[in-house]
Design a protein around this ligand. Structure first.
Ligand code: SAH
Ligand code: SF4
Ligand code: F3S
Length: 441
């Protein structure tokens, strides 16, 4: 009898991408997928370690999802990578695998099932190897798919675990990226999002060689121009990027490429130069705002979103106010803000002047109030406009459908026709805090 597996996934888009590839690998190796954890012999947890008590949360979820049917528990991704052998303090875990070694998971699961091994730890950093072992499926693709173009990070922001959990920067060859995007489109995808920890530092091998010349690499700008030409592609996005790697050429690509959405996620983290320096972000607040201004000049329809961290070690009230001021000046359409969270082995964890939880909470609430104001304003400005929407889920009410416009804003409509996976033009009639609504034209 085939054994069935269940995958639980946490964290960023990279994890969503990885978990889909893991499922395909297991299916290609004779396992079947189960939507119910209590019905599966194999439980896989693909984890995130970026904030909060990730290991504790993982262990309690293992407790909830285990059943007397469970034979193998495999934990993968960033918590595995950060915990090392410590992960096995939870006695139920059989396999711990890294973000770069999941191609060996079917083999590891078989070793556990056959009783050859009781515990396996596989956390090597063979950058790029896993991509050569993928088992693409022939099933219908989702209307919106992720394509990993770059992984890992060399920036070492002082608060962040990613460089330690995902490893050094690695860019997939352009040929492989284009082939995977083309494949998804052939299987029905209409929207592609190019993903990576830092996509605008992409420098992948070019798809050709010029005899007698050194090997060429492509930057993100060139890659986007090429992918935009793929027949059948309706919408192209990329995320996430670093302010210091935004070039004028990338801004021009936005202005000149109709399928590329006029939207960029450019995390700033803080609006204060001393804190930015301590964070090791590599730019000042002024330089950041100048880049947004230049972007708006080159591509007038562009809108931005950002990430923020409040309560970084030693941050004072006035320094925090700089962040609120920057948030106001930048006029973001959406933003994600977090309380600084201490991560083991990162430089910021060792800094004096850690900020008390209560102050972090107050600052977060204040910042979110400001961010919400510009989000509400942006939504209000959409009233009376026509938005192109790709519908991806049903709403709570009957015949209600929800989709995203180019700015990743949720748009709600009523329709007797099933709109999932469809593009429609919507006249926006009302706006709220987190969504707008209207009618299909
Ligand atoms: N590579 C991306 C995002 C990485 S993590 C980038 O640089 O933008 C996503 C977001 O999580 C970050 O932008 C940051 O705002 C937040 N984050 C990362 N580490 C954190 C920490 N230790 N505490 C709180 N937030 C953190
Ligand atoms: Fe983390 Fe900074 Fe790299 Fe982003 S750029 S993944 S925040 S180290
Ligand atoms: Fe989390 Fe790892 Fe992604 S820490 S945000 S899953 S890179």
């Amino acid at each position: 009898m085939e054994k069935s597996f269940y995958i639980e996934v946490y964290g960023c888009q990279m994890n969503v991408y990885d978990s889909r590839r893991i499922a395909e690998l297991l299916l290609a190796n004779g396992f079947v997928q189960s939507p119910d954890p209590h019905d599966a012999e194999i439980l896989i947890f693909y984890t995130c370690n970026v904030r909060e008590k990730a290991a504790q949360r993982l262990f309690s979820n293992i407790g909830f999802l285990r059943s007397n049917k469970t034979e193998v528990i495999a934990v993968g991704g960033c918590v595995s990578q950060a915990e090392g052998t410590n992960i096995f303090r939870n006695k139920h875990i059989n396999i711990s695998f890294g973000a770069q070694t999941y191609h060996r998971l079917p083999e590891h699961i078989n070793s556990i099932l056959s009783g050859k091994k009781a515990q396996i730890l596989d956390l090597a950093f063979d950058e790029g190897t896993k991509f050569r072992h993928l088992a693409p499926s022939t099933a219908k693709a989702s209307h919106s798919e992720f394509v990993t173009i770059q992984e890992g990070c060399d920036n070492f922001c002082a608060y962040c675990v990613v460089p330690y959990t995902r490893g050094r920067e690695y860019s997939r060859p352009a040929k492989d990226v284009i082939a995977e995007a083309r494949e998804f489109i052939a299987r029905g995808a209409k929207e592609i999002t190019l993903i990576g920890q830092n996509v605008n530092s992409y420098h992948g091998e070019a798809p050709y060689i010029t005899v007698g010349q050194p090997k060429e690499t492509w930057r993100l700008e060139r890659l986007i121009r090429e992918i935009a030409l793929l027949d059948g592609l309706k919408r192209l996005r990329y995320t996430t990027s670093h302010p210091k790697d935004f070039t004028a050429e990338l801004m021009r690509v936005h202005a000149e490429t109709p399928v590329l959405t006029p939207f960029a996620h450019i995390p700033v983290q803080s609006g204060n130069d001393r804190i930015l320096k301590l964070m090791n972000r590599g730019h000042t607040a002024r330089a950041y705002l100048d880049k947004l201004a230049m972007f708006r000049d080159i591509c007038p329809s562009i809108q931005f979103s950002s990430d923020f961290i409040v309560g970084f070690p030693t941050e004072t009230d006035t320094e925090f106010e700089d962040t609120v001021n920057l948030a106001e000046a930048a006029r973001y359409t959406i933003s994600y803000s977090f309380k600084y969270s201490r991560r083991k082995n990162t430089p910021a964890d060792k800094m004096d002047g850690q900020i008390p939880e209560r102050i972090k909470e107050e600052r977060l609430a204040l910042l979110q109030e400001t961010l919400l104001k510009s989000q509400v304003e942006h939504n209000r400005a959409l009233v009376g406009t026509t938005q192109e929407v790709l519908f991806d889920r049903v709403g709570r009410k009957e015949n209600q459908y929800i989709g995203k416009n180019v700015y990743l804003q949720s748009v709600i409509v009523e329709s007797s026709e099933n709109l999932i996976g469809e593009f429609r033009n919507v006249l926006v009639e009302q706006s709220g805090e987190n969504s707008v609504s209207g009618r299909v034209l």
